[in-house]
Design a protein around this ligand. Structure first.
Ligand code: UGA
Length: 467
């Protein structure tokens, strides 16, 4: 059992701390006393609400409470830890670069208060080389003669499935150039995870692995999104193509869902950050630059389908959006595509009725959009807003509740448009809806409704492919 301190009580710090506490003594430190008190109240059963929405997290915190210490005092946080994990935010700055302000502040504080030998690992997503910067900052601040090593241990958990991702990870990546420290990190993780999931490497490789993983996943999505546009044009179905390629194990079936674009606090930020970093290093990553471009374009493509249906005039129209978080089961609205669509609609004169399965997502939307307050209505019920004044339903995320809607409750709509931003309705349902005069639009499977124009394709081939 090791003594661990986690810097930062956010989306990464709290789940990671709760998970480490299965086998280690964990101190979660955050200078924000409110966050610390919120966690304390949850652990002490005085409240059931955390400042982050994460499935099973409350149960995990309570289960491991004996090993969890909470503090907003830096002196207490740095009382003899063997490992320190930095898990603070690295929000993008206006140039798309990761802002290292919080990581550097953490390093300075560690330097000032560290009194024992220790290994410091960065969990935050940072540009490669940051561990060396952290090392310098700690060295400069040190008041005592202690031995310390700095390395990287990027996090791969996804919001909404953090607890499960931590329990059964595909791999744990960590890197440190100090081999003695690297051995100790391996030892630390063998108490927690399967030995064959451990993946140790140099510091720089580990830091780059994090960006590479997110950029690769985002690229898979953008690849499918660009194919989706081709599918809509020629009459193929992107879901079928996805199935056809995803079963090739070399390609893999995950992260191939074409959609109105990826969002969240990670993919948009990290693809931008690695592209910018590579450019600054004068090794441009053209493929990632395209991934970003395609993502933006796909959202415009999806939005334009709506606008075109109303002849570019959205004044006095009313839309329902199911799912406003950047994906299902989160209250996080950062870079959320449904939010982007909602704002565009409202900017152009529409009124938007929003429902999400997570009440916190609605609260966040209310807080973050005061400018639009007269243009939207929030709902705690999935169907209560349907009436003969509704012009379209937009499916914003992939929650199961949206896959099989209660169609009887939709039939009152004035214009029966369904815009499926996540391609989640199945072909049978789409055909059934079409029979009821609904018009279905998606990203790459409009052919389910429109069919294909064989004659047009034949004449295209005759024209372009026959000498
Ligand atoms: C992502 C990664 O999946 C995690 O491994 C990583 O640790 C995390 O970023 C991070 O860097 O902290 P997250 O942003 O929580 O996790 O969410 P994802 O489930 O990856 O979804 C990101 C976006 O891609 C969402 O908007 C989602 O709807 C979209 N998506 C996902 C698609 O459009 N198609 C897909 O096939 C999959």
């Amino acid at each position: 059992m090791s003594k661990v301190t986690i810097f930062g009580a956010g989306y990464v710090g709290v789940p990671t701390g709760a998970h480490f506490a299965r086998t280690h003594k964990v101190t979660i430190y955050d200078p924000d006393i409110e966050k610390i008190n919120t966690i304390r109240q949850v652990i002490e059963n005085q409240s059931d609400e955390l400042h982050i929405h994460e499935k099973d997290l409350i149960e995990l915190l309570r289960e491991n409470h004996e090993n969890i210490f909470l503090t907003s005092s830096i002196e207490e946080a740095l009382k003899n830890p063997e490992f320190i994990f930095i898990a603070v935010g690295t929000p993008p700055n206006e140039k798309g670069r990761a802002n290292l302000k919080y990581v550097c502040e953490a390093a300075e504080q560690i330097g000032e208060h560290l009194t024992n030998n220790c290994i410091i690992l960065n969990k935050s997503t940072v540009p490669p080389g940051t561990a060396y910067l952290v090392q310098d900052l700690i060295s400069k601040g040190l008041k005592k003669d202690v031995k310390f090593a700095v390395g990287s241990c990027p996090e791969f958990l996804a919001e909404g499935t953090a607890v499960e991702d931590l329990r059964t990870p595909d791999r744990i990546v960590y890197g440190c150039d100090d081999l003695e420290a690297l051995d100790k990190i391996t030892h630390f993780f063998t108490f927690l995870q399967r030995r064959d999931s451990l993946c140790s490497m140099t510091t720089l490789s580990s830091e780059l692995t994090k960006y590479a993983a997110n950029a690769m996943l985002a690229t898979k999505i953008s690849f499918m999104n660009s194919l989706a546009l081709l599918c809509d044009t020629i009459g193929a179905n992107v879901r079928e193509v996805q199935d056809g390629i995803g079963r090739d194990q070399r390609i893999g079936s995950k992260f191939l869902n074409a959609s109105m674009g990826y969002g969240g606090s990670c993919f948009p930020k990290d693809t931008q950050a690695i592209a910018e970093y590579a450019l600054l290093q004068e090794v441009p990553l053209a493929i990632i630059e395209s991934t970003i471009q395609i993502n933006n374009h796909t959202t415009d493509y999806f939005y334009n389908k709506i606008v075109e249906d109303f002849q570019e005039n959205l004044e006095n129209t009313n839309f329902v959006i199911w799912g406003i978080g950047f994906k299902a089961r989160t209250d996080d609205l950062r870079e959320s595509k449904p939010v982007e669509i909602a704002r565009k609609l409202m900017d152009n004169g529409a009124h938007v009725h929003i429902y999400d399965t997570v009440p916190g997502a609605l609260n966040n939307f209310l807080r973050e959009n005061p400018k639009y307050s007269h243009r939207f209505t929030l709902h705690n019920d999935q169907y209560e807003m349907f009436s003969d004044e509704i012009d379209g339903l937009i499916i914003g995320n992939e929650h199961e509740k949206f896959r099989n809607p209660d169609i009887d409750k939709l039939t009152t709509m004035r214009h029966k448009y369904i815009y499926d931003g996540k391609n989640i309705l199945n072909n049978y349902l789409i055909k059934y809806l079409t029979g009821l005069q609904f018009q279905y639009k998606s990203v790459g499977k409009d052919s389910v409704v429109n069919g294909l124009d064989k004659a047009k394709l034949v004449s295209f081939l005759q024209d372009k492919y026959m000498d």
